[in-house]
Design a protein around this ligand. Sequence first.
Ligand code: SF4
Ligand SMILES: [Zn+2]
Ligand SMILES: [Zn+2]
Length: 340
Amino acid sequence: MSSLRLPIAKHFDRVQDGSIKLQRWDRMDRTDQELPPDAKCTRCRGRAAIRMPSHHANFCSQCFVHYFRNAVKRALKVLGFSEPVPLMVAISGGKDSLALWSVLHDLGYPTRGIHINLGIDVFSDASEEVVRRFAQERGLSYTAYSLRQVFGYTLPEIKTRTRRKICGVCGLLKRQLLNRLTIQEGFRNLALGHNLDDEAGRLLGNIVRHRYQYFPKQYPLLPSSHSRMPTKLKPLYRLEAHEIRTYCGLSGIMPIEIPCPLSRGATSHSYKEALDFLEARMPGTKRDFLFSYVERREPPHAKPDFGTCKHCGEPAYDDSCSVCNLADRLKNTRPQPQGD
Ligand code: SF4
Ligand SMILES: [Zn+2]
Ligand SMILES: [Zn+2]
């Protein structure tokens, strides 16, 4: 199936920063072009600028931002985080994490960003620069770590030493290291920027492949199961990717827009495209699919089924944690020449 592209009206305001290109959205996906000139905002009856087919609504810019913040507030309430508690926010430099950080800050949550530079040449340097600029412009604080500093290898160096899919290894390392660094920085809660499309795509993939063992963790909240593990929450799970892009455009947020050069062929993209295909024909399908799942199940309980790694003292299922296991395997593997 060829990939489905929904109508997109983007105005790219490119900023040249050495070899780094940033983009800015001033116009949004699914877009004011599709609106009749006299379309009214569903909330204030002013002139509508943004079409929201999945809500059967149109919004002006102000009402859209109101809707966006409310969706995050509602998610936080569902997840048991109505009161502003300190949150560490994982910041990659992409649209989701920056939008999340921005809205949590606006809603009055004390936040600190955490960024891991994966060492993927221009991509990682550009991502870190985006984070630095975003934080500086808004007076937000963050810590940037490098993967080599905290693990001993960059991601491209790891790629030369393993046959495993690099996105799987990258995901494992980011999960584990973000957990550790969040606790080290004195936070108990880690907010992640996964959006509705990510969560719905993951749910579809788990259903299609009958991966029922992953269902306990398929929820926008994962309570801490170990004294050295933060509770993880996904406050953007009620917002679609195109809504987040719209919010970024309206809020002057300029995320990294060059794709990760190691990202080729991730199957999660296919599940998201399948859902986009359905959404284009039946607006609201994606939301219904995810929300009816989330609302029908019990939130996960903390399961103190973790032991402690004998090497590093971090949470582990066995004697040795997955990070120490990986480090051990890499140490004993010679780098292989990389084909393209
Ligand atoms: S695309 Fe894959 S390798 Fe690149 S940052 Fe994402 S998970 Fe890591
Ligand atoms: Zn309005
Ligand atoms: Zn360990």
